[in-house]
Design a protein around this ligand. Structure first.
Ligand code: SF4
Length: 375
């Protein structure tokens, strides 16, 4: 029997401006499209024959907080017809620190938001400027204080390996972040995506990537300092204090089915991933014309789905429960990865016994370079 869907994502593709490194699905400075977006989202939600009762609901972007207090209320009113968080649901909204006013928090609490993920990226003025961010370190501190004061769970995003960033700069950023007292921290290394302004500037020699060895040292520093401060690295890029894990992302990593709405949003039924058209205007046009707005369909066979489950499991610090894995996927871990696992164990990158397989600290640090061996 198919597992019922208990998780949903809504993509809100609006930002004030596009940061130079960002290749997410969004429009910047096009608030004139908001009414069309809302109408299309309402229409796309009717794809669900009946309302879903959810364990987690996540509004990501873009910048959902860019809608402001009234816009946020309207967004929740609009989605409530089909997306209904259960009594203990985790409801997350992504926010720009500049948008986190007392009025926005009031609206968020009224709407049932339980968790805010803050796109802070850094607490260093030069790094924020280098990343084209429009906020200051003080805006992050103020936002976190207000959100925690309102009883919300707060996650802070940190970006490392930014142009010009030093190891000492990363250490200071980490200490400043820890001092904020939030429950969750996500740490990402800057990636240079084709088509972004950063990518073009790097090609012209105007920006330089941080050397690989330094990037690794920065990430090691993040793991070390966050863990020492009580944040457990429960997934490669995610750290949480007890009780602070992101349940929504855990559902992704468990390969549970989820629904998703909005441009570029990907939904998953346990075997097939369908991704909406990435262009917000094309998505709006197709939905408004009553057409299917799906852009890509990735239908995995049983073995491909099992291999994906293996990688998502190994990205998690707890690793894989071998019996549960075999039951859910139809494959044993050995069938899929006996030789790579033996190599990783010999190199100190993984530990395995009859019941569990997991990467070590050293393995998590280089995990991206391991996946090609099992996919
Ligand atoms: S605020 Fe976030 S989503 Fe918007 S452009 Fe910047 S990085 Fe991308």
């Amino acid at each position: 029997m198919t597992e019922p869907v208990r998780h949903a994502y809504v993509h809100v593709p609006f930002c004030r401006h596009r940061c130079g490194y960002c290749d997410f699905t969004l429009v910047a400075g096009r608030d004139d499209l908001r009414a069309d977006y809302a109408a299309a989202l309402s229409q796309e939600l009717t794809r669900l024959p009946q309302p879903l009762v959810l364990d987690t609901l996540y509004f990501g972007g873009g910048t959902p907080s860019h809608f402001g207090p009234d816009g946020l209320r309207q967004l929740f009113q609009l989605t409530a017809a089909r997306l209904q968080p259960g009594p203990t649901a985790e409801v997350t909204v992504e926010a720009n620190p500049l948008d986190v006013t007392a009025e926005l928090i009031e609206a968020a609490c009224e709407c049932g938001v339980t968790r805010v993920s803050l796109g802070s990226q850094s607490l260093n003025q030069q790094t924020l400027a280098a990343l084209d961010r429009d906020h200051q370190p003080d805006d992050v501190c103020r936002a976190v204080k207000r959100l925690l004061g309102a009883g919300l769970t707060v996650s802070v995003d940190l970006l490392i390996a930014a142009p010009g960033q030093t190891l000492n700069g990363v250490k200071a950023d980490l200490e400043a972040t820890i001092a904020l007292g939030c429950q969750h921290v996500s740490v990402y290394c800057l990636t240079w995506e084709p088509g972004t302004d950063f990518f073009r500037r790097r090609q012209r020699g105007l920006l330089q990537a941080v050397p690989e060895g330094l990037e690794r040292a920065m990430f090691e520093e993040a793991i070390h300092r966050l863990e020492r401060a009580g944040y457990r690295q429960y997934e490669v890029s995610n750290f949480a204090r007890p009780g602070g894990r992101c349940r929504h992302n855990e559902a992704y990593w468990d390969c549970r089915p989820w629904e998703a709405f909005g441009p570029g949003a990907a939904r998953f039924d346990g075997r097939t991933r369908k991704t909406n058209h990435r262009s917000p205007t094309t998505w709006i046009r197709r939905i408004r014309a009553g057409q299917d707005a799906t852009g890509e369909v990735d239908e995995m066979n049983a073995e491909e789905a099992a291999r994906e489950r293996l990688v998502l499991g190994l990205r998690r610090r707890d690793g894989i429960d071998c019996k549960a894995f075999a039951k859910a996927s139809g494959y044993s871990v050995e069938e899929l990865a006996e030789q790579p696992l033996a190599r990783w164990v010999a190199a100190g990158l993984a530990v395995a016994d009859d019941d569990t397989v997991r990467l070590t600290h050293a393995g998590l640090l280089v995990s991206d370079s391991l996946w090609s061996e099992v996919l």
